[in-house]
Write a protein that binds this ligand. Structure first.
Ligand code: FAD
Ligand code: E0Q
Length: 466
Protein backbone atom coordinates (compact mmCIF):
# COMPACT_ATOMS: atom_id res chain seq x y z
CA UNK A 1 0.00 0.00 0.00
CA UNK A 2 1.08 3.54 -0.65
CA UNK A 3 2.49 5.37 2.35
CA UNK A 4 0.12 8.10 3.55
CA UNK A 5 1.06 11.51 2.25
CA UNK A 6 3.21 10.17 -0.60
CA UNK A 7 2.25 11.24 -4.13
CA UNK A 8 0.02 8.24 -4.52
CA UNK A 9 0.12 6.00 -7.54
CA UNK A 10 2.58 8.25 -9.30
CA UNK A 11 5.15 6.68 -11.58
CA UNK A 12 8.69 7.97 -11.94
CA UNK A 13 7.44 10.92 -14.00
CA UNK A 14 5.11 12.05 -11.19
CA UNK A 15 2.12 11.30 -13.43
CA UNK A 16 -0.69 9.60 -11.52
CA UNK A 17 -1.55 6.13 -12.86
CA UNK A 18 -4.57 3.85 -12.74
CA UNK A 19 -5.50 0.51 -14.26
CA UNK A 20 -9.22 0.17 -14.98
CA UNK A 21 -10.79 -3.29 -15.22
CA UNK A 22 -13.65 -3.31 -17.74
CA UNK A 23 -14.37 -0.93 -20.65
CA UNK A 24 -18.15 -1.15 -20.22
CA UNK A 25 -20.24 1.87 -19.28
CA UNK A 26 -18.53 2.83 -16.02
CA UNK A 27 -15.05 1.76 -17.13
CA UNK A 28 -15.03 3.81 -20.32
CA UNK A 29 -16.40 6.90 -18.55
CA UNK A 30 -13.98 6.54 -15.62
CA UNK A 31 -11.09 6.22 -18.09
CA UNK A 32 -12.21 9.39 -19.85
CA UNK A 33 -12.48 11.41 -16.64
CA UNK A 34 -9.05 10.34 -15.32
CA UNK A 35 -7.28 10.72 -18.68
CA UNK A 36 -8.76 14.21 -19.01
CA UNK A 37 -7.15 15.00 -15.65
CA UNK A 38 -3.73 13.98 -16.96
CA UNK A 39 -3.61 10.49 -15.46
CA UNK A 40 -1.89 7.65 -17.29
CA UNK A 41 -4.81 5.23 -17.78
CA UNK A 42 -4.68 1.59 -18.91
CA UNK A 43 -7.97 -0.25 -19.41
CA UNK A 44 -8.37 -4.04 -19.74
CA UNK A 45 -11.60 -5.36 -21.29
CA UNK A 46 -12.44 -9.05 -21.65
CA UNK A 47 -14.46 -8.63 -24.83
CA UNK A 48 -13.26 -7.60 -28.27
CA UNK A 49 -13.40 -4.02 -29.54
CA UNK A 50 -17.12 -3.34 -30.19
CA UNK A 51 -16.13 -0.93 -32.98
CA UNK A 52 -14.78 -3.92 -34.91
CA UNK A 53 -17.02 -6.79 -33.86
CA UNK A 54 -20.36 -5.21 -33.00
CA UNK A 55 -22.24 -5.81 -29.78
CA UNK A 56 -23.91 -8.78 -28.06
CA UNK A 57 -24.45 -10.76 -31.25
CA UNK A 58 -25.93 -7.72 -32.98
CA UNK A 59 -28.95 -7.47 -30.67
CA UNK A 60 -29.89 -3.91 -29.80
CA UNK A 61 -30.40 -3.43 -26.12
CA UNK A 62 -31.31 -0.04 -24.72
CA UNK A 63 -31.27 1.79 -21.42
CA UNK A 64 -32.99 4.81 -19.93
CA UNK A 65 -30.60 7.71 -19.36
CA UNK A 66 -31.72 10.32 -16.81
CA UNK A 67 -30.32 13.54 -15.33
CA UNK A 68 -27.71 11.90 -13.09
CA UNK A 69 -26.16 9.97 -15.96
CA UNK A 70 -26.50 12.86 -18.36
CA UNK A 71 -24.74 15.18 -15.94
CA UNK A 72 -21.81 12.78 -15.69
CA UNK A 73 -21.65 12.62 -19.50
CA UNK A 74 -21.49 16.45 -19.54
CA UNK A 75 -18.43 16.28 -17.29
CA UNK A 76 -16.77 14.06 -19.91
CA UNK A 77 -18.08 16.27 -22.75
CA UNK A 78 -19.87 13.22 -24.20
CA UNK A 79 -23.47 14.36 -23.65
CA UNK A 80 -24.03 15.86 -27.12
CA UNK A 81 -22.84 12.75 -28.97
CA UNK A 82 -25.02 10.53 -26.79
CA UNK A 83 -28.17 12.66 -27.03
CA UNK A 84 -27.79 12.84 -30.83
CA UNK A 85 -28.63 9.11 -30.93
CA UNK A 86 -31.19 9.07 -28.11
CA UNK A 87 -34.99 8.87 -28.23
CA UNK A 88 -36.92 11.07 -25.79
CA UNK A 89 -39.39 9.34 -23.46
CA UNK A 90 -42.02 11.66 -21.95
CA UNK A 91 -43.66 9.11 -19.73
CA UNK A 92 -44.95 5.59 -19.33
CA UNK A 93 -47.47 4.38 -21.88
CA UNK A 94 -49.50 1.93 -19.82
CA UNK A 95 -51.14 -0.91 -21.79
CA UNK A 96 -54.02 -2.41 -19.77
CA UNK A 97 -55.20 -6.00 -20.45
CA UNK A 98 -58.15 -4.53 -22.37
CA UNK A 99 -58.76 -1.03 -23.64
CA UNK A 100 -56.43 1.58 -25.06
CA UNK A 101 -53.00 2.59 -23.73
CA UNK A 102 -52.68 5.72 -21.58
CA UNK A 103 -49.66 8.01 -21.20
CA UNK A 104 -48.59 8.84 -17.63
CA UNK A 105 -46.18 11.74 -17.91
CA UNK A 106 -42.92 11.44 -15.95
CA UNK A 107 -42.55 15.19 -15.35
CA UNK A 108 -44.36 18.48 -15.59
CA UNK A 109 -43.36 19.19 -19.22
CA UNK A 110 -40.75 18.29 -21.87
CA UNK A 111 -37.94 19.65 -19.69
CA UNK A 112 -38.58 16.62 -17.44
CA UNK A 113 -38.04 13.60 -19.68
CA UNK A 114 -35.68 10.64 -19.93
CA UNK A 115 -33.77 9.26 -22.90
CA UNK A 116 -33.60 5.81 -24.45
CA UNK A 117 -30.04 5.08 -25.58
CA UNK A 118 -28.48 2.04 -27.20
CA UNK A 119 -26.06 0.30 -24.84
CA UNK A 120 -23.72 -0.56 -27.73
CA UNK A 121 -23.70 2.94 -29.26
CA UNK A 122 -23.24 4.54 -25.84
CA UNK A 123 -20.34 2.23 -25.05
CA UNK A 124 -18.66 3.02 -28.39
CA UNK A 125 -19.10 6.76 -27.83
CA UNK A 126 -17.45 6.46 -24.40
CA UNK A 127 -14.63 4.21 -25.68
CA UNK A 128 -13.88 6.82 -28.35
CA UNK A 129 -13.95 9.57 -25.70
CA UNK A 130 -11.57 7.62 -23.46
CA UNK A 131 -9.08 7.07 -26.28
CA UNK A 132 -9.36 10.70 -27.42
CA UNK A 133 -8.52 11.77 -23.86
CA UNK A 134 -5.40 9.57 -23.95
CA UNK A 135 -6.47 6.33 -22.24
CA UNK A 136 -5.02 3.06 -23.56
CA UNK A 137 -7.66 0.34 -23.94
CA UNK A 138 -6.60 -3.30 -24.26
CA UNK A 139 -9.44 -5.42 -25.66
CA UNK A 140 -9.66 -9.20 -25.45
CA UNK A 141 -7.86 -9.11 -22.09
CA UNK A 142 -9.80 -10.74 -19.25
CA UNK A 143 -8.57 -10.15 -15.72
CA UNK A 144 -7.95 -13.56 -14.18
CA UNK A 145 -5.95 -13.02 -11.02
CA UNK A 146 -4.31 -10.30 -8.97
CA UNK A 147 -1.13 -10.57 -6.91
CA UNK A 148 -1.67 -7.62 -4.58
CA UNK A 149 1.63 -8.13 -2.73
CA UNK A 150 3.65 -7.84 -5.94
CA UNK A 151 1.16 -5.39 -7.51
CA UNK A 152 0.78 -7.50 -10.62
CA UNK A 153 -2.35 -8.53 -12.52
CA UNK A 154 -2.86 -11.45 -14.89
CA UNK A 155 -4.94 -11.12 -18.04
CA UNK A 156 -6.05 -13.91 -20.39
CA UNK A 157 -6.52 -13.21 -24.11
CA UNK A 158 -5.04 -13.37 -27.58
CA UNK A 159 -4.01 -16.94 -26.90
CA UNK A 160 -1.86 -16.13 -23.88
CA UNK A 161 -1.66 -15.06 -20.25
CA UNK A 162 -0.24 -11.58 -19.70
CA UNK A 163 1.36 -10.39 -16.45
CA UNK A 164 1.26 -6.60 -16.02
CA UNK A 165 2.20 -4.42 -13.03
CA UNK A 166 -0.21 -1.81 -11.67
CA UNK A 167 -0.23 1.16 -9.32
CA UNK A 168 -3.90 0.87 -8.41
CA UNK A 169 -6.92 -1.00 -9.81
CA UNK A 170 -10.38 0.48 -10.43
CA UNK A 171 -12.94 -2.32 -10.75
CA UNK A 172 -15.56 -1.56 -13.42
CA UNK A 173 -16.04 -5.20 -14.39
CA UNK A 174 -19.73 -5.42 -13.62
CA UNK A 175 -21.93 -7.57 -11.40
CA UNK A 176 -19.79 -10.71 -11.83
CA UNK A 177 -16.58 -8.79 -11.07
CA UNK A 178 -13.38 -10.82 -11.09
CA UNK A 179 -11.54 -8.02 -9.30
CA UNK A 180 -14.08 -8.25 -6.47
CA UNK A 181 -13.46 -12.00 -6.22
CA UNK A 182 -9.70 -11.35 -6.04
CA UNK A 183 -10.13 -8.63 -3.38
CA UNK A 184 -12.27 -11.03 -1.34
CA UNK A 185 -9.29 -13.41 -1.14
CA UNK A 186 -7.37 -10.64 0.63
CA UNK A 187 -10.05 -9.65 3.13
CA UNK A 188 -13.74 -10.04 3.88
CA UNK A 189 -15.84 -7.56 1.85
CA UNK A 190 -19.07 -8.56 3.61
CA UNK A 191 -20.48 -9.63 0.27
CA UNK A 192 -24.10 -10.75 -0.03
CA UNK A 193 -26.33 -11.18 -3.10
CA UNK A 194 -30.10 -11.27 -2.80
CA UNK A 195 -31.59 -12.87 -5.87
CA UNK A 196 -34.96 -11.50 -6.93
CA UNK A 197 -36.23 -14.89 -8.13
CA UNK A 198 -37.47 -13.16 -11.28
CA UNK A 199 -35.67 -13.02 -14.62
CA UNK A 200 -36.05 -11.38 -18.00
CA UNK A 201 -36.08 -12.11 -21.73
CA UNK A 202 -35.47 -9.58 -24.50
CA UNK A 203 -37.60 -9.49 -27.70
CA UNK A 204 -37.81 -7.06 -30.61
CA UNK A 205 -40.47 -4.91 -32.25
CA UNK A 206 -39.16 -4.17 -35.77
CA UNK A 207 -40.11 -1.05 -37.75
CA UNK A 208 -43.48 -0.95 -39.56
CA UNK A 209 -43.45 -1.89 -43.28
CA UNK A 210 -43.25 1.83 -44.14
CA UNK A 211 -40.10 2.10 -41.98
CA UNK A 212 -41.72 4.03 -39.12
CA UNK A 213 -42.12 3.14 -35.44
CA UNK A 214 -44.95 0.65 -34.86
CA UNK A 215 -46.11 2.34 -31.63
CA UNK A 216 -45.64 5.75 -29.97
CA UNK A 217 -41.86 6.35 -30.01
CA UNK A 218 -41.59 8.95 -27.25
CA UNK A 219 -42.59 6.75 -24.34
CA UNK A 220 -41.54 3.81 -22.22
CA UNK A 221 -44.26 1.26 -22.95
CA UNK A 222 -45.34 -0.94 -20.08
CA UNK A 223 -47.77 -3.87 -19.87
CA UNK A 224 -48.27 -4.34 -16.10
CA UNK A 225 -49.89 -7.66 -15.18
CA UNK A 226 -49.70 -7.94 -11.39
CA UNK A 227 -46.67 -10.11 -10.64
CA UNK A 228 -45.12 -9.96 -14.13
CA UNK A 229 -44.89 -7.41 -16.92
CA UNK A 230 -43.44 -6.37 -20.27
CA UNK A 231 -41.76 -3.08 -21.11
CA UNK A 232 -40.56 -1.65 -24.44
CA UNK A 233 -38.03 1.13 -25.03
CA UNK A 234 -37.57 2.82 -28.44
CA UNK A 235 -34.35 2.62 -30.48
CA UNK A 236 -33.30 5.32 -32.93
CA UNK A 237 -33.45 2.79 -35.78
CA UNK A 238 -37.24 2.71 -35.20
CA UNK A 239 -37.33 -0.61 -33.41
CA UNK A 240 -38.25 -1.27 -29.79
CA UNK A 241 -36.53 -3.62 -27.39
CA UNK A 242 -39.20 -5.46 -25.39
CA UNK A 243 -38.29 -7.01 -22.04
CA UNK A 244 -40.53 -9.60 -20.41
CA UNK A 245 -40.02 -9.79 -16.62
CA UNK A 246 -41.48 -12.72 -14.67
CA UNK A 247 -40.72 -15.32 -11.99
CA UNK A 248 -38.05 -17.90 -12.76
CA UNK A 249 -40.01 -20.68 -11.04
CA UNK A 250 -43.63 -21.21 -10.10
CA UNK A 251 -44.50 -19.05 -7.05
CA UNK A 252 -47.83 -20.76 -6.38
CA UNK A 253 -50.10 -17.88 -7.49
CA UNK A 254 -50.98 -19.50 -10.80
CA UNK A 255 -48.89 -16.84 -12.55
CA UNK A 256 -46.64 -17.74 -15.48
CA UNK A 257 -42.92 -18.31 -14.89
CA UNK A 258 -39.94 -19.15 -17.06
CA UNK A 259 -40.45 -22.73 -15.86
CA UNK A 260 -44.05 -22.92 -17.09
CA UNK A 261 -43.21 -20.80 -20.16
CA UNK A 262 -40.02 -22.55 -21.30
CA UNK A 263 -40.26 -22.18 -25.07
CA UNK A 264 -41.63 -20.18 -27.99
CA UNK A 265 -44.94 -22.07 -28.17
CA UNK A 266 -45.71 -21.38 -24.50
CA UNK A 267 -44.57 -17.78 -24.89
CA UNK A 268 -46.93 -17.31 -27.84
CA UNK A 269 -49.83 -18.63 -25.75
CA UNK A 270 -48.86 -16.29 -22.89
CA UNK A 271 -48.77 -13.29 -25.23
CA UNK A 272 -52.09 -14.26 -26.83
CA UNK A 273 -53.69 -14.29 -23.38
CA UNK A 274 -51.94 -11.44 -21.53
CA UNK A 275 -50.18 -9.19 -24.03
CA UNK A 276 -52.60 -9.41 -26.95
CA UNK A 277 -51.88 -5.93 -28.34
CA UNK A 278 -48.11 -6.55 -28.19
CA UNK A 279 -48.13 -9.95 -29.95
CA UNK A 280 -48.72 -8.68 -33.52
CA UNK A 281 -45.89 -6.17 -33.01
CA UNK A 282 -43.32 -8.94 -32.38
CA UNK A 283 -43.21 -11.06 -35.57
CA UNK A 284 -39.96 -12.69 -34.43
CA UNK A 285 -41.32 -13.76 -31.04
CA UNK A 286 -40.66 -17.45 -31.60
CA UNK A 287 -37.11 -16.92 -32.76
CA UNK A 288 -36.30 -14.26 -30.13
CA UNK A 289 -37.71 -16.33 -27.29
CA UNK A 290 -35.77 -19.44 -28.21
CA UNK A 291 -32.53 -17.64 -29.17
CA UNK A 292 -32.18 -15.15 -26.30
CA UNK A 293 -31.12 -16.24 -22.80
CA UNK A 294 -33.10 -15.65 -19.61
CA UNK A 295 -31.31 -13.00 -17.57
CA UNK A 296 -31.25 -13.19 -13.78
CA UNK A 297 -31.69 -10.24 -11.43
CA UNK A 298 -30.41 -9.52 -7.95
CA UNK A 299 -29.01 -6.96 -5.53
CA UNK A 300 -25.35 -7.05 -4.50
CA UNK A 301 -24.49 -5.66 -1.07
CA UNK A 302 -20.90 -5.09 0.13
CA UNK A 303 -19.58 -3.66 3.41
CA UNK A 304 -16.29 -2.62 1.81
CA UNK A 305 -15.60 -1.27 -1.67
CA UNK A 306 -11.81 -0.85 -1.48
CA UNK A 307 -8.59 -2.49 -0.39
CA UNK A 308 -6.48 0.34 0.97
CA UNK A 309 -5.15 2.26 -2.01
CA UNK A 310 -4.64 -0.88 -4.08
CA UNK A 311 -8.14 -1.37 -5.49
CA UNK A 312 -11.63 0.12 -5.50
CA UNK A 313 -14.93 -1.11 -6.98
CA UNK A 314 -17.52 1.09 -8.71
CA UNK A 315 -20.75 0.60 -10.66
CA UNK A 316 -22.34 -2.85 -10.78
CA UNK A 317 -19.13 -4.44 -9.43
CA UNK A 318 -19.82 -2.61 -6.15
CA UNK A 319 -23.61 -2.42 -5.98
CA UNK A 320 -25.54 -4.25 -8.74
CA UNK A 321 -29.27 -3.62 -8.41
CA UNK A 322 -32.52 -4.73 -10.02
CA UNK A 323 -33.33 -2.60 -13.10
CA UNK A 324 -36.81 -1.35 -12.22
CA UNK A 325 -35.94 2.28 -11.56
CA UNK A 326 -33.72 2.51 -14.65
CA UNK A 327 -30.90 3.87 -12.48
CA UNK A 328 -28.09 1.27 -12.50
CA UNK A 329 -26.09 2.98 -15.24
CA UNK A 330 -27.06 6.43 -13.99
CA UNK A 331 -25.75 5.51 -10.54
CA UNK A 332 -22.57 3.98 -12.03
CA UNK A 333 -21.93 7.21 -13.96
CA UNK A 334 -22.50 9.26 -10.79
CA UNK A 335 -19.92 7.00 -9.07
CA UNK A 336 -17.36 7.90 -11.76
CA UNK A 337 -17.70 11.64 -11.15
CA UNK A 338 -17.68 11.19 -7.37
CA UNK A 339 -14.52 9.06 -7.49
CA UNK A 340 -12.74 11.51 -9.82
CA UNK A 341 -13.69 14.37 -7.47
CA UNK A 342 -12.29 12.55 -4.43
CA UNK A 343 -9.10 11.71 -6.34
CA UNK A 344 -8.72 15.40 -7.28
CA UNK A 345 -9.11 16.47 -3.67
CA UNK A 346 -6.96 13.82 -2.01
CA UNK A 347 -3.53 12.72 -3.28
CA UNK A 348 -3.49 9.68 -1.00
CA UNK A 349 -5.34 6.89 -2.79
CA UNK A 350 -6.42 4.95 0.28
CA UNK A 351 -7.90 8.13 1.77
CA UNK A 352 -9.61 9.07 -1.50
CA UNK A 353 -11.13 5.57 -1.86
CA UNK A 354 -12.30 5.62 1.75
CA UNK A 355 -13.93 9.04 1.30
CA UNK A 356 -15.56 7.89 -1.95
CA UNK A 357 -16.99 4.77 -0.31
CA UNK A 358 -18.18 6.70 2.74
CA UNK A 359 -20.04 9.14 0.50
CA UNK A 360 -21.51 6.68 -1.99
CA UNK A 361 -22.38 3.56 0.03
CA UNK A 362 -25.52 5.07 1.63
CA UNK A 363 -26.64 6.41 -1.74
CA UNK A 364 -26.11 3.09 -3.54
CA UNK A 365 -28.05 1.30 -0.79
CA UNK A 366 -30.89 3.82 -1.15
CA UNK A 367 -31.29 3.38 -4.92
CA UNK A 368 -31.06 -0.41 -4.49
CA UNK A 369 -34.04 -0.19 -2.11
CA UNK A 370 -35.98 2.16 -4.39
CA UNK A 371 -35.31 -0.08 -7.42
CA UNK A 372 -36.79 -3.08 -5.60
CA UNK A 373 -39.81 -1.02 -4.50
CA UNK A 374 -40.38 0.18 -8.06
CA UNK A 375 -40.90 -3.39 -9.34
CA UNK A 376 -43.97 -3.69 -7.14
CA UNK A 377 -45.12 -0.24 -8.21
CA UNK A 378 -44.67 -1.00 -11.94
CA UNK A 379 -46.31 -4.45 -11.96
CA UNK A 380 -49.33 -3.08 -10.09
CA UNK A 381 -49.88 -0.01 -12.29
CA UNK A 382 -53.08 -1.65 -13.55
CA UNK A 383 -55.60 1.15 -12.91
CA UNK A 384 -55.17 1.04 -9.12
CA UNK A 385 -57.52 3.86 -8.02
CA UNK A 386 -55.56 4.39 -4.78
CA UNK A 387 -52.36 4.85 -6.76
CA UNK A 388 -53.99 7.32 -9.15
CA UNK A 389 -55.50 9.30 -6.28
CA UNK A 390 -52.13 9.56 -4.50
CA UNK A 391 -50.50 10.57 -7.76
CA UNK A 392 -53.08 13.35 -8.19
CA UNK A 393 -52.51 14.63 -4.67
CA UNK A 394 -48.76 14.46 -5.18
CA UNK A 395 -49.07 16.82 -8.17
CA UNK A 396 -51.38 19.17 -6.24
CA UNK A 397 -48.93 19.32 -3.33
CA UNK A 398 -46.01 19.89 -5.69
CA UNK A 399 -47.86 22.85 -7.24
CA UNK A 400 -48.50 24.32 -3.74
CA UNK A 401 -44.99 23.57 -2.36
CA UNK A 402 -42.62 23.38 -5.33
CA UNK A 403 -39.42 23.45 -3.24
CA UNK A 404 -40.69 21.09 -0.53
CA UNK A 405 -42.97 18.44 -2.00
CA UNK A 406 -41.20 17.00 -5.03
CA UNK A 407 -42.60 13.71 -6.34
CA UNK A 408 -40.47 10.65 -5.61
CA UNK A 409 -39.87 9.93 -9.30
CA UNK A 410 -38.67 13.50 -9.94
CA UNK A 411 -36.19 13.46 -7.02
CA UNK A 412 -34.62 10.27 -8.37
CA UNK A 413 -34.80 11.01 -12.07
CA UNK A 414 -34.67 14.76 -12.67
CA UNK A 415 -32.53 15.91 -9.72
CA UNK A 416 -29.07 15.10 -8.45
CA UNK A 417 -29.71 15.26 -4.72
CA UNK A 418 -28.19 12.22 -2.98
CA UNK A 419 -30.31 9.08 -3.46
CA UNK A 420 -30.34 8.64 0.32
CA UNK A 421 -31.97 12.05 0.75
CA UNK A 422 -34.49 11.26 -2.01
CA UNK A 423 -35.41 8.04 -0.19
CA UNK A 424 -35.81 9.79 3.19
CA UNK A 425 -38.04 12.49 1.75
CA UNK A 426 -40.04 9.97 -0.31
CA UNK A 427 -40.85 8.00 2.83
CA UNK A 428 -42.13 11.15 4.56
CA UNK A 429 -44.17 12.13 1.49
CA UNK A 430 -45.66 8.66 1.13
CA UNK A 431 -46.92 8.83 4.72
CA UNK A 432 -48.49 12.23 4.07
CA UNK A 433 -50.18 10.93 0.90
CA UNK A 434 -51.46 7.75 2.58
CA UNK A 435 -52.78 9.60 5.65
CA UNK A 436 -54.50 12.29 3.57
CA UNK A 437 -56.19 9.90 1.10
CA UNK A 438 -57.31 7.22 3.57
CA UNK A 439 -61.00 6.57 3.03
CA UNK A 440 -61.14 8.94 0.04
CA UNK A 441 -62.04 7.99 -3.52
CA UNK A 442 -61.54 11.35 -5.27
CA UNK A 443 -59.15 14.28 -4.97
CA UNK A 444 -62.07 16.65 -4.22
CA UNK A 445 -62.54 14.84 -0.88
CA UNK A 446 -59.03 15.79 0.27
CA UNK A 447 -58.57 19.11 2.11
CA UNK A 448 -55.32 20.05 0.36
CA UNK A 449 -54.92 23.42 2.13
CA UNK A 450 -55.13 21.70 5.52
CA UNK A 451 -51.97 19.81 4.59
CA UNK A 452 -49.86 23.01 4.33
CA UNK A 453 -48.63 22.97 7.94
CA UNK A 454 -47.95 19.22 7.71
CA UNK A 455 -45.80 19.67 4.61
CA UNK A 456 -44.02 22.72 6.03
CA UNK A 457 -43.16 20.92 9.27
CA UNK A 458 -41.97 17.69 7.70
CA UNK A 459 -40.19 18.82 4.54
CA UNK A 460 -37.64 21.66 4.60
CA UNK A 461 -37.14 23.48 1.28
CA UNK A 462 -34.83 21.57 -1.04
CA UNK A 463 -32.16 23.10 -3.24
CA UNK A 464 -30.80 20.94 -6.04
CA UNK A 465 -27.09 20.17 -6.27
CA UNK A 466 -25.56 22.75 -8.62
P1 FAD B 1 -21.16 -3.38 -17.17
O1 FAD B 1 -21.93 -2.49 -18.07
O2 FAD B 1 -21.65 -4.75 -16.92
O3 FAD B 1 -19.67 -3.44 -17.75
C1 FAD B 1 -18.70 -4.35 -17.25
C2 FAD B 1 -17.60 -4.48 -18.29
O4 FAD B 1 -16.53 -5.24 -17.74
C3 FAD B 1 -18.05 -5.23 -19.55
O5 FAD B 1 -17.59 -4.55 -20.69
C4 FAD B 1 -17.42 -6.60 -19.38
O6 FAD B 1 -17.12 -7.23 -20.63
C5 FAD B 1 -16.15 -6.25 -18.64
N1 FAD B 1 -15.59 -7.36 -17.84
C6 FAD B 1 -16.27 -8.25 -17.07
N2 FAD B 1 -15.41 -9.09 -16.45
C7 FAD B 1 -14.16 -8.71 -16.83
C8 FAD B 1 -12.84 -9.20 -16.52
N3 FAD B 1 -12.65 -10.23 -15.70
N4 FAD B 1 -11.78 -8.57 -17.09
C9 FAD B 1 -11.96 -7.51 -17.93
N5 FAD B 1 -13.18 -7.01 -18.25
C10 FAD B 1 -14.26 -7.60 -17.71
N6 FAD B 1 -29.55 1.13 -15.97
C11 FAD B 1 -30.03 2.36 -16.25
O7 FAD B 1 -29.47 3.37 -15.80
N7 FAD B 1 -31.16 2.52 -17.01
C12 FAD B 1 -31.84 1.45 -17.52
O8 FAD B 1 -32.85 1.63 -18.21
C13 FAD B 1 -31.36 0.14 -17.24
N8 FAD B 1 -32.02 -0.95 -17.70
C14 FAD B 1 -31.52 -2.19 -17.43
C15 FAD B 1 -32.23 -3.31 -17.89
C16 FAD B 1 -31.77 -4.59 -17.60
C17 FAD B 1 -32.54 -5.78 -18.10
C18 FAD B 1 -30.57 -4.75 -16.84
C19 FAD B 1 -30.05 -6.13 -16.51
C20 FAD B 1 -29.87 -3.64 -16.38
C21 FAD B 1 -30.34 -2.36 -16.65
N9 FAD B 1 -29.66 -1.22 -16.19
C22 FAD B 1 -30.16 0.03 -16.45
C23 FAD B 1 -28.44 -1.34 -15.37
C24 FAD B 1 -27.17 -1.15 -16.18
O9 FAD B 1 -27.13 -2.08 -17.24
C25 FAD B 1 -25.93 -1.37 -15.30
O10 FAD B 1 -26.08 -0.72 -14.06
C26 FAD B 1 -24.68 -0.84 -15.98
O11 FAD B 1 -24.43 -1.54 -17.17
C27 FAD B 1 -23.46 -0.95 -15.05
O12 FAD B 1 -22.30 -0.55 -15.73
P2 FAD B 1 -20.90 -1.17 -15.33
O13 FAD B 1 -19.91 -0.51 -16.22
O14 FAD B 1 -20.70 -1.13 -13.87
O15 FAD B 1 -21.01 -2.72 -15.72
C1 E0Q C 1 -37.74 4.43 -15.86
C2 E0Q C 1 -36.77 4.33 -16.96
C3 E0Q C 1 -35.94 -1.67 -17.08
C4 E0Q C 1 -36.63 -0.39 -16.68
C5 E0Q C 1 -35.98 0.81 -16.90
C6 E0Q C 1 -36.60 2.00 -16.55
C7 E0Q C 1 -37.82 2.02 -15.85
C8 E0Q C 1 -38.52 0.80 -15.68
C9 E0Q C 1 -39.90 0.71 -15.11
C10 E0Q C 1 -37.89 -0.40 -16.07
C11 E0Q C 1 -39.00 3.38 -14.11
C12 E0Q C 1 -40.36 3.96 -14.20
N1 E0Q C 1 -38.25 3.27 -15.35
O1 E0Q C 1 -40.94 4.09 -15.28
O2 E0Q C 1 -40.84 4.29 -13.08
O3 E0Q C 1 -38.07 5.53 -15.45
O4 E0Q C 1 -35.97 3.17 -16.86
CL1 E0Q C 1 -38.73 -1.88 -15.84
Amino acid sequence: MTAPGAPAAAGTTGQREATIIGAGLAGALMATLLAQRGWKVEVYESRGDPRLHGFAGGRSINLALAERGLHALRAADADRDVLAQAVMMRGRMVHPPAGSPQLQRYGRDDSEVIWSVSRGELNITLINAAEAAGADIHFDRRLEAVDFAAKRAFYRGGGGLHRVGFSTLVGCDGAGSTLRAQMRERGDLGERTEWLGHGYKELEIPPAPDGDFRIEPNALHIWPRGRYMCIALPNDERTFTVTLFMALKDEGHGDPSFETVPDAAAARALFERDFADALPLIPGLDHDFDANPVGTLGTLYLDRWHLGGDAVLIGDAAHAMVPFHGQGMNCAFEDCVALATHLDATPDLAAAYAAFAAQRMPDAAAIQTMALDNYIEMRDLVDDPGFLLQRGLELALQARHPTRFIPHYAMVTFMRIPYSLALRRSEIQRRILEDATRGCSALEQVDVAALDPVVEAALPPLADTP
